[in-house]
Write a protein that binds this ligand. Structure first.
Ligand code: FAD
Length: 451
């Protein structure tokens, strides 16, 4: 209510930087939900009432306490690059921009402890001095924060080696501020980190993270062109399984998607599928041999460069593949699928043939439960929600599971349609009044209104 907001502002003024100018607040209440025509219709125009910019954990605690005392919703924001409206406040209130919490505390024993607001490319630049890098990052590495990745992302470049973010050991520890009149600070380790991982900021404010690291390699960006998509996918899988090749990204993409990769036109021959890869420099001879044996033509081979003014190939992979297409044609949207590791290539071939006029395949090789398999982020020609649901059901009926990117609640976006039990229980401890990003965990009801 306006009274509660006024009281909250009075509480915080002079203690935490607050932004109230409506245009600036609206801008920082948005993310990339417009990717989905369904979410665009549902979330367009929603906004918080003000933005708080804490510079320390103590200031985070002050905001959390004020929100709890005055019953004002709070939505945490990192880089604002989520694509399911994760950072969009459904019920107004405070947008807590944590980008000021960007300090690395230490790097040792193959891990780093850092504030959540640090951008991942900045984090990797700091880590490289010690010969290490984060195990995996989303294709939005240059704009997204490490805290937003943990709370809103799922995996990406590096997942071919380490699996998705939520696989055991990929987050070592998280420090969490609860949303209560007297906020507590919890240190989560081991499996307890699942309470906040991919919880969309509904279960507490992450103020520090301990992430395991990987050795840094001189990565080479490579494109190989193939006459057909299935050959590209088969070579990708073979490269993934080849212990002589150190890799970080393996992405088969069917034509006509590369036709929208305008700056790469010369490297994407018309009518051909491509395989995008990041391999270590020392692995290039083994990689080239595999590509050549399968009839592929290498059209690009260049050291990874993601400094300003350059576009790394990873910005054509994962959800950036979708973005590159949407830049010119908004009639497309996408799905997120997971093929079974058993009968993988049969499954890939079956799905590539099933909706030839509506779906164009794009795969990402990942480790899943200890085995290599393909995740898919196919482009989908959008007609309406009913058709979309039919296509999703057709995938699931064939053993290809779908994480629906056209919904904003945690439960509906996962394969099992429920909040993980550890997250629902954890929310009762960290946010008993249900003020954190309300509406995103739909199975939660605050105790006062519960059954
Ligand atoms: P935000 O969007 O700011 O926040 C994401 C969620 O985390 C929100 O619910 C927010 O409330 C919560 N949150 C943020 N910080 C905290 C905190 N400190 N404590 C508690 N909750 C918090 N995702 C992938 O996993 N892999 C990809 O490859 C990938 N590619 C993408 C490509 C494009 C073009 C786009 C638009 C998105 C992509 N995404 C991908 C989604 C998104 O970019 C990533 O998940 C990214 O890591 C989110 O980070 P962020 O800082 O932008 O988070």
């Amino acid at each position: 209510s306006p009274d509660a907001l006024a009281a909250l502002k009075a509480d915080l003024s002079g203690r935490v930087v607050l932004v109230e100018e409506p245009a600036r607040v609206r801008k920082r209440s948005r993310d990339f939900f417009w990717y989905s025509p369904v979410l665009d219709a549902e979330l367009k125009g929603l906004s918080g009432d003000l933005v708080a910019e804490p510079a320390s954990e103590a200031e985070v605690i002050a905001v959390a306490a004020a929100c709890a005392r005055h019953r004002v919703p709070l939505t945490v924001r990192g880089g604002g690059t989520g694509n399911y409206g994760q950072a969009v406040p459904l019920h107004g209130g405070v947008v807590l921009d944590v980008s000021g919490l960007d300090r690395v505390e230490w790097q040792r024993d193959g891990a780093v402890r850092t504030g959540p607001g640090l951008r991942m490319n900045r984090l990797d630049a700091l880590l490289a001095e010690g010969g290490e890098e984060i195990r995996m990052h989303p294709s939005t590495k240059r704009t997204a924060s490490i805290g937003g990745f943990v709370a809103g992302g799922s995996g990406g470049i590096g997942s071919v080696n380490y699996g998705q973010l939520r696989e055991r050991g990929n987050i070592r520890a998280a420090r969490v501020v609860t949303l209560e009149p007297e906020p507590r600070v919890l240190e989560l380790t081991g499996d307890a980190v699942n309470g906040v991982a991919h919880a969309y900021g509904t279960t507490g404010i992450v103020t520090a993270l301990e992430m395991p690291l990987a050795p840094v390699h001189p990565w080479i960006d490579v494109i190989v062109a193939f006459d057909d998509f299935l050959t590209a996918a088969e070579v990708g899988l073979a490269v993934g399984r080849d212990p002589a090749i150190t890799k970080k990204l393996i992405t088969p993409i069917a034509w006509p998607l590369p036709q929208w990769f305008t700056p790469l036109r010369a490297q994407c021959p018309p009518g051909q599928a491509i395989l995008i890869a990041m391999v270590s420099e020392a692995s290039l001879p083994a990689f080239r041999a595999r590509a050549a044996r399968a009839g592929g033509t290498i059209t690009l081979e260049t050291p990874l460069d993601d400094s300003p003014g350059h576009t790394p190939l990873y910005e054509y992979s994962w959800n950036h593949t979708t973005l590159q297409v949407l830049k010119t044609d908004r009639s497309w949207t996408y799905l997120q699928s997971l093929h079974p590791a058993d009968g993988l290539m049969e499954s890939v071939a079956e799905m590539a043939a099933l909706f030839p006029d509506e779906i164009v395949p794009h795969l990402e090789l990942i480790e899943f439960a200890g085995r290599l398999t393909y995740a898919g982020i196919p482009l989908l020609k959008f007609t309406d929600a009913e058709r979309l649901n039919h296509i999703i059901e057709a995938h699931e009926a064939r053993g290809v599971s779908i994480a629906n990117p056209h919904v904003y609640t945690l439960e509906d976006g996962t394969r099992h349609k429920r909040a993980e039990t550890d997250q629902l229980g954890f929310k009762r401890l960290t946010d008993p009044m249900g003020l954190m990003n309300p509406g995103k965990m739909r199975t939660f009801t605050p105790a006062a209104q519960g059954a």
